[in-house]
Ligand binder design. Sequence first.
Ligand SMILES: Cc1cc2nc3c(=O)[nH]c(=O)nc-3n(C[C@H](O)[C@H](O)[C@H](O)COP(=O)(O)OP(=O)(O)OC[C@H]3O[C@@H](n4cnc5c(N)ncnc54)[C@H](O)[C@@H]3O)c2cc1C
Length: 413
Amino acid sequence: MKNNNKKYDVTVIGGGPAGATISTLLQQQEHRCVILESSTYPRYHIGESLIPHAFGTLDRLGLLPKLRASHFPEKHSVRFVSQSGKESEPFYFSETIEGVAAQTWQVERSEFDQMCLDNARENGVEVRTDIKVESVIFENGHAVGVRAKADDGEPYELRAKVVVDASGRRTVIGSKLGLKEDVPGLKKASLWSYSRGGKRLDGIDAGETTIFMIPERGWFWYIPLPDDMVSVGIVASPEYLFADSDNFETVFLKEVEKCAPLSERLANATRTESVRGIKKLAYRNRKITGDGWVMIGDAAAFLDPIYSSGLFLALASAELAAASIHEALTENDVSAEKLGAFTAPLQQGVEVIKRLIFAFYDPKFSFGDFVKKYPEHRGALIDCLVGDVINKDMSPFLQALDEMSPMTQLNIS
Ligand SMILES: Cc1cc2nc3c(=O)[nH]c(=O)nc-3n(C[C@H](O)[C@H](O)[C@H](O)COP(=O)(O)OP(=O)(O)OC[C@H]3O[C@@H](n4cnc5c(N)ncnc54)[C@H](O)[C@@H]3O)c2cc1C
């Protein structure tokens, strides 16, 4: 058994963007952090589109110079294309954000995640890849460390004052403690792939995310990536997607062909990868903190990719949780109550995003009609699209949303 007597302040399960962020920020405050990551980096990951409000965290991590020097396409806006091919005006982030922060990036995740993990290392975090955490050690209900296994079969036991679950969709703690559950009313599946040579728009629109609507409130994303690559994915109810076939390739190709404005963009493109998919996207945990432990990023919850909020929430939850952990360690009190201080502002922001996700899937709702009826809320709508939802009173906007798309009448599957 390795490392029995090494003691850390914080052990982080998973070296994705959430795990790399929290450990970097805590290490910057001189808390001794170790990341245990099961994969060999760089590793593939879905989720390429950042939203602008990640800017502050990326800045505090010191990643902006690296992003600016990268080959990642700059993203300035989002545009929606209806089933008939009618295009909305782009929602430019500069409408509500001034200066350089109004722009973000479309990232190839293997590279972006490696950048985040290298940055954690450069900040003094001990990073160990190819080590899978198998269980969390609890003593008297209090998390005190983890048991893990290296790829070569070597068992590890690491002790720490706080265990952070940043294991993404695997949700190590949530799965072990039986905390993981469905999100009522949100039952979507996704299929996606990559092509080279898809059509690019001109100028600052070249890096935009385009959302193509399909029947029954399903949609495609079209995300330009480096080297003339494009990420294309569909999100819809599993009943719609898999009505005739369970075969990912068959379903994906049929849906691309049916969506004329998207097929047109892909007319000269060559697909470079097979189709990947997830049949059940959304989940959450009944609680995300306990004595000696916290969950962040996808380990805590995942709702839906529509607003590209996953990476932003991974970074935001990591930063908020880092502040709570710092205070808890400083005061030598790592109780659930102390560690959980970050959950209220996070939850409030997540609820706003969730409300807008439900509106998006409401057949009676459309962004165009909404901004026509409530021009005064266009800014708040863009705030949601850029991720400016945490520690902010969004109640007038939510009230208007509820008038057009009442939660009580929604029956979303
Ligand atoms: C179809 C789809 C489309 C999406 N599109 C977008 C998008 O456009 N924009 C966006 O922002 N987000 C998007 N997302 C969401 C985004 O991918 C995630 O929110 C983001 O990756 C979360 O980061 P994370 O660090 O929490 O988890 P991850 O990035 O998943 O990192 C978790 C890490 O933990 C490691 N791990 C797992 N188990 C263990 C273990 N037992 N021991 C050690 N290590 C372990 C994994 O190997 C992984 O490296 C999308 C998601 C889906 C499903």
